[in-house]
Structure formats: structure tokens, C-alpha cells
Design a protein around this ligand. Structure first.
Ligand code: SF4
Ligand code: SF4
Length: 303
């Protein structure tokens, strides 16, 4: 029988921010949310995408000449990252002499991912780390997780599952039971605010947190702190009250907004709606942390 495959857009080695120890983070492509501050905009679409680094482009036109589309041949200069008729054949990527064009997202088999993760085994063992399955939203690729997570467990790798919680409760329960740790993202308490910030209701996410709390005994909540978007103290206190009512939340990580993703939007030919937003100051982070600490939540800055 053929192995399951998953669409992966990055495997990041030596990650220190996605669970305990040194981790290998496997990013699965496709997400039902579209958070205004998304640090991985290339994760949202489930299909492949093209990124173009203009700083590496020598304007040779090889990409345009290689493309089978009439639209490409009619134009001049480098091909843009996004064209309506593009079927991601990859010809322009192969033709580019400088590597300015990059395809994001390809199918990986379970064995390929396991082999990549095991290259870091020595770092996992020495640091108490492991693998983190992130995204995008991993629960969208449940058939892949059903084979990947047991294969990693068989190798003795510590597994963290990083989810937005926006998925079927049964999938969440199933995925959680195959992981040692669940990283669970909470972005806003108020449903209307959540819809504006992420494009979806948070009803399932809040309900699924209760499901998860009954199914798993090691949950880390992750809250992004984005000035002007997710740092309202009343909102944070409501999230803190929710978290304080859970039995198995062992840590709350407050994740400061950062601007590192800005160039990705440019390379994808997209507009970064938060380009003017500043990163939170240490005082901003302390104020956010106090909202959780006041209710005795085990809060930590960063993570
Ligand atoms: S991937 Fe293929 S169709 Fe798309 S722009 Fe490149 S050459 Fe053209
Ligand atoms: S092939 Fe590469 S370097 Fe040449 S124009 Fe296209 S993107 Fe630029």
C-alpha cells in the first residue's frame, strides 16, 4: 500500500520556539484562518505557491521565456509571483539562473519526513527536544498525521502538535492522542473580534479547547501579542479566565509580534496589511503577561 503524503512547505531545524528543547518543526501547508499578522503567509493556501526575491533577480527574462502561458510571453521583465493561469509546472523555477524564484510547498511521504527529522536526533536527545508539527493547520491533513505521528513515535521522537484548534473535535482528539504535547493557539475571546482578525468564528476553537483539556494532559496555550490587534487588556483577561478554568494547561506562551515576515509578503506579490505595526515593547509584554499571572496562569514571554 502506498504511504500517505502531506504537503509540506518548510522543515525548520534547530527551532527553539515551538516546544521544549531543540526542535525540528515540520510546517504543513493549508490553513482555514487568515490572521492579519500571519508570520507564514505562504502557509495559508493549501496548494503550491511561487516566491520571487527581487534582490536576486538579474532581469534576464529566462523565466518568462520558459513559461507556456501567453500572458507571460506578452509581458516583459521578470514574471510576477502570481499569475491567474499558473499551474505551477515549475519551468520558470528551473530556468532561473540565480535562484530568485522559489516554489513553496511539495508533497512529502511519511518516510521522507521521518528521515529528515531523524537527522536532528542527537540535538533532540541532548536538549530534551523533538519534532513539532505545525502549519498552516496540521488537522487539515489528518490522513497524513495518522501515519506520520505513529511513525515518529515508533522512533522515540518527542512530538508536539501545534494547532489553531479550528477543526473537527474528533480530529483534534485523535491528533492530540498521538502527540506528547499540544500547542494551542488563542487569538481573541470576542467572536466578532476574532472574525475580523482571522476571518473565522472562534466558537469551534473555544469549544475544542474543552475537548482537548479532557483528552490530553499537557497543553501549552499560545497567544500572539500584536499591538492594536490582540493586546486589549479586557480581551486578554477573558482569555486568561478561560485558560484558568482548564485542568491541563501547563504553560501559556505570549508570542510577541515580529516583522520578519514582511519580505515574504513582498516575495509573494501580496500586501502586508500590518507593515506599519510596531513590535510590542517589553512593557507591553509585561502588561499582557500580568493579565494571565493575575489569574495564576503559568505564563511565559516568548516560546
Ligand atoms: S510555474 Fe509554470 S505556468 Fe507558472 S509561471 Fe512558472 S512556468 Fe509559468
Ligand atoms: S529568470 Fe530569475 S533572474 Fe531571470 S528575470 Fe526571471 S526571476 Fe529574474
Amino acid at each position: 500500500m502506498d504511504q500517505a503524503t502531506g504537503t509540506v512547505f518548510n522543515i525548520q531545524r534547530y527551532s527553539l520556539h515551538d516546544g521544549p528543547g531543540i526542535r525540528t518543526t515540520v510546517f504543513l501547508k493549508g490553513c482555514p484562518l487568515s490572521c492579519a499578522w500571519c508570520h507564514n503567509p505562504e502557509s495559508i493556501s493549501a496548494g503550491p505557491e511561487i516566491l520571487v526575491a527581487e534582490s536576486r533577480c538579474i532581469d534576464c527574462g529566462a523565466c518568462r521565456a520558459s513559461c507556456p502561458l501567453d500572458e507571460a510571453r506578452a509581458g516583459t521583465g521578470a514574471l510576477p509571483a502570481r499569475m491567474a493561469e499558473c499551474d505551477y509546472c515549475g519551468a520558470c523555477i528551473d530556468a532561473c539562473p540565480t535562484g530568485a524564484r522559489q516554489m513553496v510547498g511539495r508533497r512529502w511521504t511519511v518516510d521522507e519526513v521521518v528521515a529528515e527529522v531523524l537527522k536532528d536526533r542527537i540535538f533532540h536527545e541532548e536538549s530534551g527536544g523533538g519534532v513539532t508539527i505545525s502549519g498552516g493547520e496540521p488537522l487539515l491533513q489528518m490522513a497524513f498525521l495518522r501515519e506520520l505521528l505513529p511513525a515518529l513515535r515508533e522512533q522515540g521522537v518527542h512530538i508536539a502538535l501545534d494547532t489553531s484548534g479550528f477543526g473537527h473535535a474528533e480530529h483534534l482528539r485523535e491528533g492530540a492522542q498521538l502527540a506528547d504535547l499540544v500547542l494551542y493557539d488563542l487569538k481573541a475571546y470576542d467572536d466578532q473580534r476574532h472574525r475580523i482578525l482571522t476571518g473565522v468564528s472562534n466558537w469551534h476553537i473555544l469549544e475544542n479547547l474543552k475537548v482537548l483539556d479532557a483528552a490530553h494532559d499537557n497543553i501549552w496555550i499560545r497567544v500572539p501579542v500584536v499591538p492594536g490587534f490582540t493586546d486589549d487588556p479586557d480581551e486578554l483577561r477573558q482569555l486568561a479566565a478561560l485558560v484558568a478554568g482548564m485542568r491541563h494547561v501547563t504553560r501559556v506562551n505570549l508570542l510577541p509580534y515580529h516583522r520578519a515576515a514582511g519580505s515574504k509578503y513582498t516575495r509573494m506579490g501580496r500586501v502586508n496589511a500590518l507593515s506599519a505595526v510596531q513590535v510590542p515593547s517589553p512593557d507591553d509584554m509585561q502588561r499582557a503577561a500580568a493579565c494571565f499571572a493575575d489569574l495564576c496562569c503559568p505564563v511565559q514571554l516568548g516560546g
